[in-house]
Design a protein around this ligand. Structure first.
Ligand SMILES: Cc1cc2nc3c(=O)[nH]c(=O)nc-3n(C[C@H](O)[C@H](O)[C@H](O)COP(=O)(O)O)c2cc1C
Length: 125
């Protein structure tokens, strides 16, 4: 994000909540020029307030994902995917959104096996 959230966790929580309530679309530092060359996009993000960070909405709305396949991966501290798969489907009509992979933040470093199984189940390995 051009204006990153605070490194202080409790402040970040409040800034992210305000952006969610305002349906903000925070500006990103950079975006790919095009996603034409991709058929499948692995979209990885943390669970913020039960969905994706608003900056991920900024990214999704910047492109036309119709005809593409999206694989969502969501780190979280208990809420799993939350409503993020539903929100991706709403934001990217015409995209095929596969069942997501929730990963607990504290076990992310040990998640290689589950990520590989998920990729294999989706024909990507
Ligand atoms: C603003 C904010 C909101 C969050 N909301 C949730 C939530 O609703 N549910 C949840 O399980 N975790 C929530 N978390 C925890 C993050 O999902 C967790 O920190 C992240 O997935 C792990 O990545 P990290 O190690 O980079 O923090 C939130 C974290 C932040 C900073």
């Amino acid at each position: 994000m051009k204006e990153p959230y605070s490194p202080v966790y409790m402040t970040c929580i409040e800034e992210a909540k305000a952006d969610l309530r305002a349906k903000a679309r925070p500006a990103l530092v950079s975006l790919p020029g095009s996603i034409d060359e991709y058929d499948t996009v692995i979209l990885a993000y943390p669970n913020y307030w039960g969905t994706m960070p608003m900056a991920v909405f900024t990214f999704l709305e910047a492109f036309d994902f119709s005809g593409k396949t999206i694989l969502p991966l969501c780190t979280n501290e208990g809420s799993g995917m939350g409503g993020s798969e539903r929100d991706i489907k709403r934001t990217c009509p015409g995209a095929t959104v596969k069942g997501g992979l929730p990963i607990t933040g504290s076990s992310a470093a040990n998640a290689k096996g589950s990520v590989e199984r998920w990729l294999r189940a989706n024909g990507l390995l």
